[in-house]
Ligand binder design. Structure first.
Ligand SMILES: NC(=O)c1ccc[n+]([C@@H]2O[C@H](COP(=O)([O-])OP(=O)(O)OC[C@H]3O[C@@H](n4cnc5c(N)ncnc54)[C@H](O)[C@@H]3O)[C@@H](O)[C@H]2O)c1
Length: 383
């Protein structure tokens, strides 16, 4: 174990996701067979009150700063995890890559498609830099198993696909506004940009790229408390339903796919789901029932029966956790980081499941931009 390669990380953005990454590093011993391990040596945030939690828990941190450029000139940093609001993605990601630091960025990887194009151009000009985008939900065992079925193309003919990400906390009209509900910081996409990569990760990886899109977007909460006693406009889209017409990438036929990104879905705390319905085989998984994978094998003339199986902790990357136990959000984060570090240190053709690649973030933006256009115009949009 002692000879495992150390990857020295800097974190820019020490909020919700910065801390999740740090905790994944602290849980690294849970992973078996990893050839490298992350070590956090630098952190950066404008909010200095976040620093004590990091420095109190991670002795390896030697740089603490509110200026992200300090990390770019620190020669000991190999990789930067950048988890900042969307309006900063373009500037921060491109500066990080130009400084020859490897990068894991957060979705949507640019506040809009123009920002994303700029980031991708800089990546192209720096082929020595490894870049991935964060998206952890397909690492749930049920999501991972459905991806294996997709690779096997078990479906017969795909009848339809449903994929989505549903939140409910915004149903509380008294929840104060934050940057994720402001166009200036979150982007015009609103819920599409915030949740779309999660819902699109598996469809894009499967090359289920829509030819035609029609979207319905809703603004349900029009103003929110500003936290100082006043009400302010809340202008971002709350919910988006994208109806897609998809051509099967190898078999040529067309099937419908719906992609839902909801900030307001009463009863859903944080539900990611994927359902593939086929003429011979169907499969469904939702994080609402994190143990359970549903499948249906159909043979002509026989009964149509869904089978539910508790698949337990059957993760892409082996851990110390027994297969009968339950898998959760923080496990998905750990698996995603295992995939990133595995691919970085030992790229090969048969990776268990890889993190989102930059070109996949561009496909995401193409789909979301078309959805935004369709939602605003009421017309279907060709991709
Ligand atoms: N993968 C996921 O499941 C997931 C979940 C939530 C958010 N995200 C993404 O992660 C990113 C960050 O979201 P979050 O929820 O962690 O937000 P957050 O608000 O909790 O954290 C963002 C941090 O960035 C800091 N920041 C702002 N401007 C800065 C600057 N100029 N320099 C340094 N730090 C600065 C803020 O002070 C804050 O602490 C977004 O892109 C978001 O879409 C991903």
């Amino acid at each position: 174990m002692k000879d495992r390669r150390r990857l020295r990380f800097g974190i820019i953005g020490c909020g919700l996701m910065g801390r999740e990454f740090a905790v994944a590093c602290a849980r690294w011993p849970a992973l078996l067979d990893m050839r490298a391990k992350p070590e956090i040596i630098a952190i950066c945030d404008l909010n200095e009150s976040l620093f004590d939690w990091f420095t109190g828990n991670f002795d390896s941190i030697k740089m603490v700063t509110s200026n992200y450029e300090d990390l770019l000139s620190e020669k000991d940093i190999d990789v930067i995890y950048c988890a900042v609001p969307h309006h900063l993605h373009e500037k921060f990601y491109t500066d990080i890559i130009r400084a020859h630091k490897h990068l894991v960025g957060e979705k949507p990887f640019g506040i809009d498609i123009e920002a994303n194009r700029t980031i991708l151009e800089v990546i192209k000009a720096h082929p020595d830099v490894f870049v991935r985008c964060s998206s952890e939900f397909p690492f749930f065992p049920g999501g991972h198993q459905i991806h294996k079925y997709i690779l096997e193309n078990k479906w017969g003919q795909i009848i339809e696909v449903h994929s989505g990400y549903l939140h409910s906390s915004d149903l509380n009209f008294e929840k104060p506004i934050n940057w994720k509900r402001m166009i200036e910081f979150n982007g015009e996409y609103g819920c599409l940009g915030d949740l779309g990569m999660h819902a699109l990760h598996l469809p894009i990886r499967s090359r289920w790229i829509p030819k035609r899109i029609s979207a319905s977007l809703s603004k349900i909460v029009t103003e929110r408390p500003d936290g100082k006693g006043a009400m302010v406009p809340c202008e971002t889209w709350d919910n988006g339903t994208i109806s897609c017409e998809v051509e099967h990438p190898t078999d040529g036929y067309t099937f419908p796919m719906t992609v839902k990104t909801y900030r307001i879905a009463p009863g859903e705390t944080d539900t990611w789901y994927i359902e593939v319905i086929g003429s011979k085989f169907s499969a469904k998984f939702s994080t609402k029932f994190p143990k359970t994978l549903q499948t249906m094998h159909y043979v002509n003339g026989r009964s149509q029966e869904w089978r539910s199986e508790d698949i337990g902790y059957t993760s892409a990357y082996k851990t110390i956790t027994g297969p009968i136990f339950e898998f959760g959000f923080t496990d998905a984060i750990l698996q995603m980081w295992a995939a990133m570090i595995d691919e970085f240190t030992e790229p090969r053709n048969n990776m268990p499941f890889g993190c989102v690649k930059p070109e996949e973030t561009y496909l995401q933006h193409k789909i979301l931009t078309a959805a935004l256009e369709s939602g605003k115009s009421g017309q279907a949009v060709e991709l």
